[in-house]
Design a protein around this ligand. Structure first.
Ligand SMILES: Nc1nc2c(ncn2[C@@H]2O[C@H](COP(=O)(O)OP(=O)(O)OP(=O)(O)O)[C@@H](O)[C@H]2O)c(=O)[nH]1
Ligand SMILES: C=C(OP(=O)(O)O)C(=O)O
Length: 225
């Protein structure tokens, strides 16, 4: 009997430089925001690297600290950010993916993602020319895949799920509480990700946050919020 080998996947992870990333978290977490953004990226990259379906993780970023932490990891390739926008960064990643590999892109803000969860999504996406996973709100995109890098055609941005569906991407129906659907844009999302269980880098930042909250005096106005 001939057993078909599993397809090899390249997974692109675009990550904004941490000093500019995750600005919607700034009001809640202040000075910890850059460390938090970088920790989400590190845990997302770790999960992609842990996924047994993934042959290559392509990290597109200008974040030097992040680059130093991942450059020696097995099967990670670093690509410079073209400095335009998210879709241009993804296209720069797709340009270096092996042309015969299936390719997927996930945002770098999935701190609860694990290798097996990503493997399940990639297996479900495999039969399709293009496939998409919806974020927890069912509006944005947390995974876009294509049979070849040239066919990825990323259209991330507000309401991207609808745009990707209109472009023919088939929706991969994961449970709403899948870690692959819990991107962290606002503080409530971080609470939800923490309940799912985040990776080690994000755990360390949450521990710093807890210590900071313990040492900060609670004022009357703060306690009444
Ligand atoms: N390399 C790269 N990554 C990007 C760029 N824009 C967004 N991203 C990444 O794409 C993912 C999804 O983007 P957003 O959720 O909008 O992240 P963000 O822009 O850091 O967050 P906000 O400032 O709160 O809007 C995040 O992991 C970002 O780091 C870009 O221009 N270049
Ligand atoms: C960029 C996107 O969304 P967000 O900024 O909400 O993560 C998207 O879902 O395409």
């Amino acid at each position: 009997m001939t057993v078909e080998p599993y397809a090899a996947w390249s997974v692109i992870v675009p990550a904004k430089a941490a000093d500019r990333a995750k600005t919607r978290l700034a009001p809640a977490y202040g000075g910890l925001r850059p460390a938090m953004a970088r920790a989400f990226a590190l845990d997302t990259i770790r999960a992609a690297g842990d996924c047994d379906r993934v042959a290559l993780v392509i990290v597109v970023s200008d974040d030097d600290v992040l680059a130093d932490k991942v450059r020696d990891r097995h099967a990670v390739r670093l690509v410079a950010d073209p400095g335009l926008d998210l879709n241009a960064a993804i296209r720069a990643g797709a340009d270096v993916a092996p042309p015969g590999d299936r390719v997927a892109v996930i945002p770098a803000d999935l701190p609860a993602l694990t290798g097996p969860t990503l493997a399940t999504a990639l297996s479900l996406a495999e039969p399709y020319e293009r496939a998409v996973v919806a974020d927890g709100e069912g509006v944005g995109t947390t995974l876009l895949s294509a049979r070849t890098p040239a066919r990825l055609r990323p259209a991330f941005g507000q309401g991207s799920l609808g745009v990707h569906k209109a472009g023919g991407a088939v929706v991969i129906d994961l449970r709403t509480d899948s870690a692959l659907r819990r991107d962290v844009d606002v503080p409530r999302h971080l609470t939800e990700a923490a309940m799912l269980g985040v990776g080690p880098s994000t755990r360390r930042v949450l521990e710093r946050l807890r210590r900071r909250e313990e040492t900060e005096p609670v004022t009357d106005s703060a306690s009444s919020r």
